[in-house]
Design a protein around this ligand. Sequence first.
Ligand SMILES: C[S@@+](CC[C@H](N)C(=O)[O-])C[C@H]1O[C@@H](n2cnc3c(N)ncnc32)[C@H](O)[C@@H]1O
Length: 358
Amino acid sequence: MRLFLERLLRCPNTKATLTKLVFVEVDGETIDGVFIGPNGFAYPIVNGIPRMLPDAFDLFPEFVLKYQNELNANGIEYRKVGSLSSAEHALKKRTQETFGYQWNQFPDMVEQNRKFFITNYSSVPEAFFKGKLGLDAGCGFGRHIYYSSECGATMIGLDYSAAIDAAAKVTNGKPNIHLVQGDIFNPPFADETFDFFYSFGVLHHLPDPLKGFCSLLPKVKRGGSAFVWLYGKQRKVLNGILEAMRFFSKRLPMSVLKPIALVLAVVDYYCVILPYKVVSTIFPIEKIFPVFKTGRFSIYTKLPFKITYADWFDRLSPPLRYYYDEHDLNEWVVAGNLKNERIQATGKFGWKLYGERE
Ligand SMILES: C[S@@+](CC[C@H](N)C(=O)[O-])C[C@H]1O[C@@H](n2cnc3c(N)ncnc32)[C@H](O)[C@@H]1O
C-alpha cells in the first residue's frame, strides 16, 4: 500500500481519519500493518492491501496469529465489529465467498477485454479517463481497472471479496492502481474524493442495489461522473430459466458448482457457440439478421472457451441477481439527483447508466 492511497482512506464506520501501525514495510510501501480508527475500530493491512471491513481480522487468522503480540501490545481488538442480522450476514458471506473463489479461479485477462470495457460497459470514451482520479467499485479480478488506468486515470479498486487479491496479481503493482478490500455500502473514503466512479456488473448483486449506488455517489466531487452497467430484464424467458436453475445452484458449495459450470460450458461452447462460428464464416448470419450482432453468440465466438466457463460459474453462483429496464434506471437518476444522464441498452444483456452529480 502506497502513501497515495493511505491519504484517501477513512474509517468506513466513523469516517474519521486513521492512524497507521506498520509491521512490515518494503521500499516505502506498507505490506503488513493496521489502521486504527476511533471507538476501537481497527483494520488490518495484509499483503499490501488495506482490509477495511468490520470483520476483517476474522478473514485473516494467520495474520492475527503472526502479529498477536503487536496487536495486543497496542490494545487492538481484533474481534468482530458489526450489527448485521444473521440472514444479512449469511448473504454477505456467500457473496464474499463465491466471488472470492470465482475470480481467483478465473482471473483471465483476454485481449477483447479492452474493447468490451469501452464499448459494452463504459458510457464514456477513452479520452475521458486521462488525468482523473476514479473509483472502480467492485473491481473483481481487475480487468476494467487495468484498462481505465491504461487510459490515463489514477484508479482505486474496491472489492468486498478475495477477488481483490486476484486483482493485485493482474494489475501487478501498476503505479496508478491502488487496491482496497471494502464494502460499497460503507466506502472507506472521504466525501467528494473522486472525479468519477464506475461499477460494472456489481450493483445488481447487492441486497439493495440502489442503496449501494447512493452510498457511492457522495464519494464523487460535485459535477463528477457516475456510470454503471446492470443486467437487463429484456430476456424474460432466458432470465426465468436461469433463475430456476439458480434456485438450486446458488446453494451449492463451490467444489460442486465448478464441475457443473464446466459441463454447461462444454455443451454451450462446443454444441452451440462453435457451430454458430463455423456457420457464420460460410453464411453471413449477422448481415442478414442484424439482431444476432448484439446477441451472445456474437460475443462468445470472439472469446476463448475459458470465458464461457467463467461466465457459467458467474451466472450460477452469486446469491442475488436483480434485473433492470429503462424505467427502473430513470428512478435511479431521480434518486441520485443526477444531471446530464444517459441510459443506453447494451443489446438485450444489460443497461449502461451515466450521470453527473448535481
Ligand atoms: C460479477 S463481479 C464483477 C467484477 C468486475 N466489475 C468485472 O466486471 O470484472 C462482482 C464483484 O462485486 C464484488 N462485490 C459484491 N458485493 C460487494 C460489496 N458490497 N462491496 C464491494 N464489492 C462487492 C464481488 O466481490 C465481485 O468481485
